[in-house]
Design a protein around this ligand. Structure first.
Ligand code: ZN
Length: 446
């Protein structure tokens, strides 16, 4: 691997540090995030490019900068980089999570991996392109977007619903990709091409109010809810072995017998459970619809037997699974308790999405990956969480999660730092990622 251009690396590192220090922490409440601070930074860096601003809620500002290409027939690429980060538990960190310190070749801070190192690469690539005498042939847009970490309500969802013409494009490049995976089965580079959908439900469980001093035989909604939770936890929906699953299993460090079991619908659940815990959790999510009971509200006074409990489930669906399918699974899981439970949606559903891999952009990503990581095969990857790619894919725009991490970063590092303590990224990865975006801008119209 050749080292990235030192100047490009230095610029992107500096931008990353500034993005981290702005601490745009999104805790899910509409008044958090304050991405306006990072929006100001983007405005300063790209002051001479035409820009649009979107601020559906005060402080939740996103910026779109456009560099018009010289060839009207060339494709338009949108780099979509979120500017918010998730909260931290600062006491558990070795360094200040919002210090953005550069220590031993690594930038420390919340967002270093998710995804400010990509956003800084996009910003730096835009600046470099704008400084050239000639624009690229392709039109390049950069959306520095708010609120990704809480589902895009005030960011990508809002912008794609209300200002589609501004962000319309032929390809989107965003987060979750460019991660090396080295196993005895070979070297791979993960580029995300798909993600699971979101089908959250609130379960309302009814009982009958009565006096807490006489609990015998009472119809207590909390006791029913406990059984509902137990059944959900024990429920095993059928595995769904997609092409993404097959490709992923092909890259796993397992022996042939284990591999065969992972590819067999009869044995897959059992085989997944035997994997190391973190890998098992990802593999289970990649091959199943998942149900996680994560919020519970119920009861209001110690001496009253409660008549209502509300239980919020985080449900993630695979491609092809509809809302009706989800409710059928819930009924199946709850058995004879199903008619004591009401189901309602807590957010607009988001079906699973996927982009084709037979596009000039995916070919380009493959070529770049192979140039930086010789011998590594690109693995189209399914994200089991949610990213802003979903809002563009549902409009038919091929969208890929791609950065370019150095061989020193393992998938394990990536996953443990993603929303974890001591999040940090090496400067080689920062430079390689900025270089990837420059290369995309230059090569997509060739
Ligand atoms: Zn992210």
């Amino acid at each position: 691997m050749s080292d990235p251009d030192p100047q490009l690396t230095a610029s992107s590192t500096e931008q990353l540090q500034a993005l981290i220090r702005n601490a745009c922490v999104n805790d899910g409440t509409p008044s958090s995030g304050e991405e306006i601070r990072n929006a100001h930074l983007v405005d300063d860096v790209l002051h001479d490019l035409p820009r649009e601003h979107y601020e559906p809620v005060p402080g939740r500002r996103s910026v779109l900068a456009t560099l018009e290409g010289s060839d009207p027939d060339a494709p338009t690429v949108l780099f979509c980089g979120h500017t918010d980060v998730v909260p931290v538990n600062a006491g558990e960190w070795r360094e200040d999570p919002f210090g953005g310190e550069l220590l031993d070749g690594e930038v420390w801070g919340r967002g270093a991996v998710d995804m400010l190192c990509l956003t800084s690469g996009m910003l730096t690539a835009m600046r470099q392109l704008a400084d050239r005498r000639e624009p690229p042939r392709a039109t390049i847009k950069f959306l520095a977007v708010a609120d990704e970490e809480a589902g895009g309500t005030w960011g990508a969802r809002w912008i794609t619903d209300h200002a589609w013409d501004d962000v319309a494009c032929d390809y989107v490049i965003t987060e979750s990709g460019g991660i090396p995976l080295h196993t005895p089965a070979g070297s791979h580079l993960l580029i995300s091409t798909a993600e699971k959908g979101i089908a959250w439900r609130r379960l309302t469980i009814h009982g009958t109010p009565s006096h807490g001093s006489m609990p015998f035989g009472a119809d207590n909604a909390i006791i029913t809810a406990a059984e509902v939770v137990r059944r959900l936890h024990a429920y095993e929906p059928a595995a769904q072995l997609s092409d993404h699953w097959r490709a992923w299993v092909g890259a796993l460090p397992v022996d042939d017998t284990q591999r065969a079991r992972l590819l067999d619908p009869v044995y897959v659940s059992e085989a997944v459970a035997e994997l190391p815990p973190r890998l098992a959790a990802y593999c289970q999510a990649l091959s199943h619809v998942t149900f996680s009971p994560n919020v519970v509200h119920g009861g209001n006074k110690t001496n009253i037997v409660p008549d209502t409990v509300e239980l919020d489930l985080d449900i993630r669906v695979l491609p092809g699974v509809s809302g009706d399918d989800v409710e059928a699974m819930l009924v199946d899981a709850l058995g004879d308790l199903a008619d004591r439970v009401e189901f309602s949606q807590t957010i607009e559903p988001r079906p699973a999405t996927a982009s084709p891999t037979d596009t000039p952009m995916f070919d380009l990503l493959r070529r770049r990956a192979e140039a930086v990581h010789p011998g590594a095969a690109v693995l189209p990857w399914m994200v089991v969480g949610g990213t802003d790619a979903a809002f563009f894919r549902r409009r038919g725009v091929p969208s890929y999660g791609a950065g370019m991490f150095s061989p020193d970063i393992s998938l394990e590092d990536f996953q443990s730092r993603f929303h974890g303590h001591d999040e940090r990224i090496d400067t080689t990865s920062i430079g390689l990622t900025a270089q990837l975006y420059l290369d995309i801008a230059d090569a997509i119209a060739e």
